[in-house]
Write a protein of this length. Structure first.
Length: 218
C-alpha cells in the first residue's frame, strides 16, 4: 500500500514539474516574440532616420529653428506692436508658423529625425533685441526683421523643393512656399508704411510668386 502511494506521489510530482516547465517555456517564447517586435519597430525607425540625407536633415533642422523663432517673434509683435497692422501681422505669423511647425514635427516623427525644441543663442539674441524696443521703433525693427527672415526662408524652402531627396520634405517645402511668399510681401508692405489691414487677415497666397515689384520700389 505504501509502495503504491509513493509511486502515485512520484507520478504527480513529475506531472507538476512538466506543467511548470511548459509554463516557463511558453512565457519565454512570448517574451522572445515581443522582444523581436520591439526590435523590429526600433530598427524600422532607425532605418528610416538613416535614409534621410544630410542635406534634408539640415533643411529640417533649420526650418524648425526658424519656424520657432517666427512664432516667438510673432507673439512679441502681437503684444508689443504699436500699430494694429503689426499686431495683426504678428498673430498671423504665430498661426501660420505654428501650423507649419506641427507639420514638420509629424514628418520628423515618421522619419525618426530629432528636431530642435528650443531657440539657439542666435535667435534668442534677436528676440531679446526686439524685446528691448517699443512703439514705432519696435514696429520698424520687427518689419525689417521679417523681411530678412522670410527672404532667407523662401530661398531655403525653394532649394529643398527643387533639390531635396526626401519626398515628404519636398512636399512640405512646396506646400509652405506660397505662404512664405505671402509673408514676405506683407512684411515689405508693412515696412513701406502700408496699413496692411486687409492683407494681414487674408489667407490668399501668392501661389509662390516673389513680389519683385515691391522689392524694386524699396
Amino acid at each position: 500500500m505504501n509502495s503504491r502511494i509513493i509511486k502515485i506521489a512520484h507520478v504527480a510530482a513529475v506531472i507538476v514539474i512538466l506543467l511548470v516547465l511548459a509554463v516557463m517555456l511558453g512565457a519565454a517564447r512570448q517574451g522572445a516574440s515581443q522582444g523581436g517586435q520591439n526590435s523590429n519597430q526600433s530598427g524600422g525607425q532607425s532605418g528610416a532616420a538613416a535614409t534621410v540625407s544630410n542635406a534634408d536633415r539640415k533643411f529640417a533642422t533649420t526650418a524648425a529653428m526658424s519656424g520657432m523663432a517666427e512664432v516667438e517673434l510673432g507673439r512679441l509683435a502681437a503684444e508689443r506692436g504699436a500699430s494694429d497692422a503689426v499686431k495683426q501681422f504678428g498673430q498671423r505669423m504665430v498661426d501660420d508658423h505654428s501650423k507649419a511647425n506641427d507639420e514638420l514635427k509629424q514628418w520628423a516623427t515618421t522619419a525618426g529625425v530629432t528636431l530642435p525644441t528650443a531657440l539657439d543663442a542666435k535667435h534668442q539674441a534677436v528676440v531679446a533685441k526686439l524685446n528691448r524696443l517699443s512703439g514705432a521703433a519696435f514696429d520698424r525693427a520687427y518689419a525689417q526683421q521679417m523681411i530678412k527672415d522670410h527672404t532667407k526662408a523662401v530661398q531655403l524652402f525653394q532649394r529643398e523643393a527643387d533639390r531635396g531627396t526626401d519626398a515628404g520634405l519636398k512636399t512640405f517645402a512646396s506646400a509652405t512656399l506660397p505662404t512664405l511668399h505671402e509673408h514676405l510681401r506683407m512684411a515689405r508692405s508693412l515696412n513701406a508704411g502700408g496699413s496692411g489691414g486687409h492683407n494681414m487677415n487674408s489667407n490668399t497666397s501668392t501661389s509662390g510668386r516673389p513680389d519683385n515689384a515691391n522689392a524694386n520700389r524699396r
